[in-house]
Design a protein around this ligand. Structure first.
Ligand code: GUN
Length: 284
């Protein structure tokens, strides 16, 4: 293997240790950071994510309170719970696990969460702050990707960065963060012409399409940094990312594995945002 393996487990452990120290310092000031986690319905992937978030809170010393609602929950019921959590001074962060059942409008739910408690950084106010470079929450997966690149010893400044995927959760915000790090950013998507040619010019590729083999070795410049946000199952049912890891690792300069790359970073950055939320709400 030619490429450096970017170890998301190790880097996320570092960040969680920092978050634990921050949480301990807040507790010394009489503030116990607290995250409310809301799960609606029984999407099996969502259940795993929520359980991992609760475990991380316990490990870091952040209080977590879970609200598990049935798949038949109405939009009004969910909005009423969010209203109560917004008003609860002991709750600093509110995370509603997505996706939501079809009878609930995700956009309305995102708008209902107080921007001060929006630890996912999904609210348009926080997205606007992110785009204008104001201080505040950073979206967890995109911010985790920036940390992975930097903490594994690479700089973004002046690099050609190609983001594949334009979702609100990953593609768009990670492109913005890469630009704020002074990268030159191209966003590609399902209608992009010549994805191969564009990727061949990239120093950094972030793939977030949810499609196996989005990035193959012929698309990768010698020495490029490859960040794989995908969480897919291949034909044999094995967990894999968007990148043809086995072949790309022989060309790339650095690469994230799946699992153990981007995945653990999302939760580590969430822990940081919970502390940020507790600070914002206490004016510190
Ligand atoms: N579903 C998939 N990723 C996420 C995330 O980062 N936050 C929330 N709330 N739901 C998700």
């Amino acid at each position: 293997m030619k490429a450096q393996l970017i170890d998301g487990k190790m880097i996320s452990a570092e960040i969680k240790a920092e978050a634990a120290a921050e949480a301990a310092a807040l507790k010394e000031q009489g503030i116990e950071p607290c995250l409310a986690v809301v799960l609606v319905g029984d999407n099996s992937a969502s259940k795993v994510y929520v359980s991992n978030k609760e475990k991380a809170c316990a490990a870091v010393g952040i209080k977590s309170v879970s609200h598990v609602l049935s798949g038949e929950t109405t939009e009004e019921e969910l909005l009423a719970l969010i209203d109560a959590l917004n008003k609860d001074a002991n709750v600093h962060g509110i995370l509603v696990q997505m996706p939501l059942p079809k009878q609930i409008d995700e956009r309305k739910v995102i708008l209902a969460i107080s921007p001060e408690k929006d630890v996912d950084c999904f609210h348009p106010m926080n997205v606007g702050n992110l785009h204008t470079g104001a201080k505040g929450f950073l979206p967890c997966t995109p911010a985790g990707i920036i940390e992975l690149i930097k903490r594994s010893g690479h700089s973004i400044e002046g690099k050609n960065c190609v983001v594949i995927g334009r979702s609100n959760i990953v593609g768009k915000p990670v492109a913005m963060l890469l630009m704020q790090e002074n990268g030159t950013v191209t966003i590609c998507h399902s209608k992009t012409k010549d994805l191969v040619g564009i990727c061949r010019g990239a120093d950094i590729i972030v793939s977030a399409t949810g499609k196996v083999d989005t990035v193959t070795a012929d698309m990768v410049k010698e020495g490029a940094i490859i960040i794989d946000v995908g969480m897919n199952r291949n034909a044999e049912g094995k967990l894999c990312g968007d990148v043809d890891f086995e072949n790309v690792k022989e060309v790339a300069g650095a690469i994230t594995p799946v699992p153990g790359g981007v995945g653990p970073m999302t939760i580590a950055m969430l822990m940081k945002n919970c502390n940020t939320a507790a600070r914002i709400q206490n004016g510190i």
